[in-house]
Design a protein around this ligand. Structure first.
Ligand code: 5GP
Length: 117
């Protein structure tokens, strides 16, 4: 079992967060240090450390997360333009080792940069 991360603690309610959406598979919270005017995180309840650690048994869960991104973007009013980022590994910028998808919006991103800034 992976070590409990800050996101596991948010999911089990022992640490507070601004929860925008939740269901039996995932939770969506506001990022505490937003990199865009709208910056939320979609986090599976299952503590998969990195995207690369997901397996075929997670296929439906990963599809669920992708579909929820659209719903959440529509709810936030950013569905015309937003960026989704998954950092996999420390050298890619991952700091919390519990899979999460960043949704960034209400910002114009440069065409040639795939980062969050
Ligand atoms: P990573 O760098 O792992 O891709 O993204 C982790 C994200 O989690 C960062 O954008 C960071 O601001 C956010 N974060 C870290 N700790 C907390 C926290 O306690 N609450 C919330 N809401 N976000 C957090």
């Amino acid at each position: 079992m992976p070590e409990a991360t800050i996101f596991s603690k948010i999911i089990d309610g022992s640490i507070q967060a601004d929860i925008l959406y939740q269901d039996d598979l995932c939770i969506c919270i506001k990022d505490i240090q937003p990199k865009a005017p709208t910056h939320v995180l979609v986090i599976p309840r299952k503590p998969i450390p990195r995207l690369v650690d997901a397996s075929v048994e997670d296929q439906a869960l990963l599809g669920h997360l992708m579909l929820k991104i659209g719903d959440i973007a529509r709810t936030l009013g950013i569905d015309e333009a937003f960026r989704v980022v998954i950092n996999n590994g420390a050298n890619a910028g991952q700091t919390v080792f519990h899979l999460h998808l960043h949704i960034l919006g209400n910002k114009t991103f440069s065409e040639d940069a795939l980062g969050m800034s």
